[in-house]
Design a protein around this ligand. Sequence first.
Ligand code: NAD
Length: 246
Amino acid sequence: MLAGKRALVTGCRRGIGRGIAVKLAEYGADLILNDLTIAESDEVVAAVRNLGRKALCISADIANPDSVAAMFAAIKQECGGLDIMVNNAGITADAMSYKMTIEQWNQVMAVNLTGTFLCCQAASKLMMEQKSGKIINTSSAAAFMGNIGQANYSATKGAVASLTKTLAKELAGKGICVNAVSPGFIQTPMTDKIPAEVKEQMIARIPLRRMGQPEDVANVVVFLASPLADFVTGQTIQINGGSYMV
Ligand code: NAD
């Protein structure tokens, strides 16, 4: 379904990003694999190549405008363009709002919001040249439900959903669809930090009674990246086992 498509996934060395990269490759896409540092020896690179797809590794900090510019220059030179942009990279720096430092606030803004914006902007310039493309951003259930200790994180993820709507309107006439996925509680290194008893309480509140897996998010990303979703833009799709219903 995605044969010949060139897909960039940020923050894909592990977790949800790794799951998305491998799933896109399963459906035929060639991958540009980004993380803060990503090497030829990384497991995700082998996983993509074992599926018979190309894997170009680009280490870059998405919060740094110069790094993002260099990454997209390399993509243009090596791949000639970009068909699918998945803004997955994200971080947490949790604290109660009344104890949160300005550094914690700024750090999360820089990666989750500014980084997503910079990659959307650069990707859309490449996609406008070819008059087609799919951009998929990553919001979070925390944006819609709120989450204690995550004032910075939930604010960025709400902003990502808003950014997605504006970009969808700006780019619709250029042949580019912009959507977001909003994962709930997904099993990754990010959530591995949560104590087991807290995890059990969280799972008890999920109607489908389990944590999501990276593959649950990846399946929806493949749909949004594919021609099946050609009439879908500006949406944020919830993937949370029913814990938050729009
Ligand atoms: P993770 O921490 O396991 O993986 C994130 C990856 O992003 C890491 O490989 C990290 O090195 C990379 N990264 C961090 N900062 C970067 C930067 N500045 N530039 C490039 N790469 C960077 O996280 P995850 O759980 O896989 O989450 C992936 C995305 O899904 C994030 O945007 C996260 O906010 C979102 N999300 C996760 C959950 C969950 O339950 N795990 C829920 C909702 C949303």
